[in-house]
Ligand binder design. Structure first.
Ligand code: FAD
Ligand code: NAD
Length: 473
């Protein structure tokens, strides 16, 4: 009903939840002629997360790193329904999904329930705060587009407030102290980007203040970037030292206050560190929707890290009708864009096989039930056809998901990047300006559309020519 795309009762309904890395990669590869495809996501776009820290400091325009989901679906063979809504309940027994329009403007109908035959669950994860006091209220996150825009506004507010006439020295020092919590790739990349902004732009626009800006990266573990090789960790540490980014390891943030963070130091003592802005990049946890779904299948879904799936990405206990990919799952793979996108592409192929299988099964069923009515002289041919369909069915074999690691890349500021690249049977670890150029070109080529590649490339050129914009929106 309503503005829904044509519904074919002969085809199964495939509902895709999410428009992130996993879902977008699935949609790109999926043959939509096989199903009635419905995509549901509260964001009507795909966000290219690796470049999010660049948006936070104004190197890139926010709109350059997002791509409307309809850009992917409108070129598909058969029309796809794209619905901007948030799934609020999944019934894995009766195979229904309830979703709501939670945006500002609502119509007469803003919540509904639809049935599905297959569900692709790709809702990602949310920020992990560990219920540490003050994080939600006082820290900025670095997960969604709005987080990066919010951080940019807050950062410039700190700088402008520090420039207010008559501000005391200690207050200027506090306002210009930026604390990044979490020494994973997000925290490291963001610290590097903040440093670039400071060096390339703020030094000329705020010469009296720029020297006072400090960046501190706080990490609870003994080292930053634990997933990278030792050599690249020391390269990052020495680059940060040159860049005057302080790294505090074995230090845990215990509370975030309005004007400071409370730290537990390596010797277990507690210290209060004044600051103007805190960026929380301390990892992710499952969404409430995921926890609720798991609670409905309590015998099989017991992993606290996320949904348990088999080698074919089927959610265990969900009657082969729910597939889960990306950050919402608990697998042996890291929660990365690389994994989610490979899973999405794999699942599209699996769904293609399943559709083929369903068609052949229907055909077989029809041939078998009609065999008694077939004339004697045509019987031989009919039996041969049944045999041929059976053979075709037997040939359709699903292969388990196999992840192929393409390497890890991270930008660490000062036009330097680090790369752990699997090569032959070992790892090549490289760092430096050449790696930075590789990082940029790798990102440009993996950005989904030519349109986005052009937008990002143009932004990079603009910044080179005119610098970053320091106005606060
Ligand atoms: P997401 O991409 O997060 O997508 C989830 C989707 O579900 C979103 O569209 C969301 O709107 C939607 N959704 C949420 N709730 C609902 C709901 N209730 N109903 C329906 N839809 C819903 N990985 C790398 O491999 N390389 C990198 O360089 C890299 N850099 C990163 C930089 C940053 C700053 C961040 C935050 C992450 C980075 N990652 C990187 C990790 C990568 O972004 C994630 O692993 C990836 O996004 C996971 O894909 P996903 O499809 O599982 O989830
Ligand atoms: P993460 O989980 O990798 O790192 C979070 C860090 O925060 C951890 O090292 C943890 O010890 C620390 N931490 C947690 N609580 C703390 C506290 N109270 N005080 C101090 N430190 C604390 O998170 P991330 O960096 O956002 O990365 C998430 C995923 O996205 C990872 O799989 C990562 O590989 C991927 N990612 C990849 C890239 C890249 O390849 N360039 C960039 C960003 C993210």
């Amino acid at each position: 009903p309503g503005a829904q795309m044509p519904f074919d009762p002969e085809k199964k309904t495939l509902v895709v939840l999410g428009s992130g890395w996993g879902a977008t990669s699935l949609l790109k590869t999926l043959d939509t002629a096989d199903y009635n495809v419905v995509v549901i996501s509260p964001k009507n776009y795909f966000l290219f997360t690796p470049l999010l820290p660049s948006v936070a400091v104004g190197t890139l325009n926010p709109r350059s790193i997002i791509q409307p989901t309809r850009y992917v679906t409108r070129h598909k063979k058969r029309a796809v329904s794209v619905i901007e809504a948030e799934a609020s309940d999944i019934d894995p027994i009766n195979k229904t999904i309830t979703f709501a329009d939670n945006s500002e403007i609502k119509g007469q109908v803003s919540t509904t329930t639809i049935p599905y035959d297959y569900l692709v669950y790709a809702v990602g994860a949310e920020v992990q705060t560990f219920n540490i006091p003050g994080v939600k209220e006082n820290a900025c996150f670095m997960k969604e587009l709005a987080d990066a825009e919010n951080m940019q506004r807050r950062f410039m507010d700190c700088v402008e407030t520090a420039a207010f006439p008559g501000q005391a020295i200690e207050e200027i020092d506090r306002l210009l102290h930026m604390v990044v919590v979490g020494g994973g790739p997000t925290g490291v990349e963001l610290s590097g980007e903040l440093h670039d902004f400071l060096e390339d732009d703020l030094k000329s626009w705020y010469p009296e203040l720029a020297g006072k800006i400090r960046i501190t990266l706080v990490e609870a573990l003994p080292s930053v970037l634990p997933s990278f090789s030792k050599q690249l960790i020391s390269y990052t540490v020495s680059t940060f030292k040159e860049s005057k980014i302080d790294i505090l390891t074995k230090t845990m943030v215990k509370e975030v206050k309005e004007k400071s963070v409370i730290l537990q130091m390596p010797d277990k003592s507690i210290q209060e560190m004044p600051c103007g802005m805190v960026v929380w990049a301390a990892g992710n946890k499952g969404r409430k929707l995921t926890q609720d779904l798991m609670a409905k299948l309590p015998t099989t879904q017991t992993n606290r890290r996320g949904l348990v799936v088999d080698d074919y990405l089927r959610m265990q206990g969900a009657q082969d009708s729910i597939f889960a990919i990306g950050d919402c799952t608990a697998t042996s793979y890291a929660p990365t864009a690389q994994v989610a996108s490979q899973q999405g592409a794999y699942l599209a192929r699996v769904l293609g096989h399943l559709a083929k299988k369903d068609n052949l099964k229907n055909k077989l069923h029809q041939l078998e039930s009609n065999i008694d009515e077939v004339k004697e002289e045509e019987k031989k041919a009919a039996v041969a056809e049944i045999e041929s369909v059976r053979n075709q069915l037997a040939k359709i074999k699903l292969r388990p998901f196999h992840y192929s690691h393409q390497g890890s890349l991270a930008y660490i500021g000062s036009e330097k990047a680090i790369a752990d690249l699997p090569f032959m049977n070992g790892n090549i670890a490289s760092g430096g300006v050449a790696t930075f150029l590789f990082w940029r070109s790798a990102y440009l080529s993996t950005l989904f559309s030519l349109r986005n590649r052009t937008l990002v490339g143009t932004d990079w050129v603009k910044v080179k020519l005119f610098g970053r914009d320091v106005s606060r929106e």
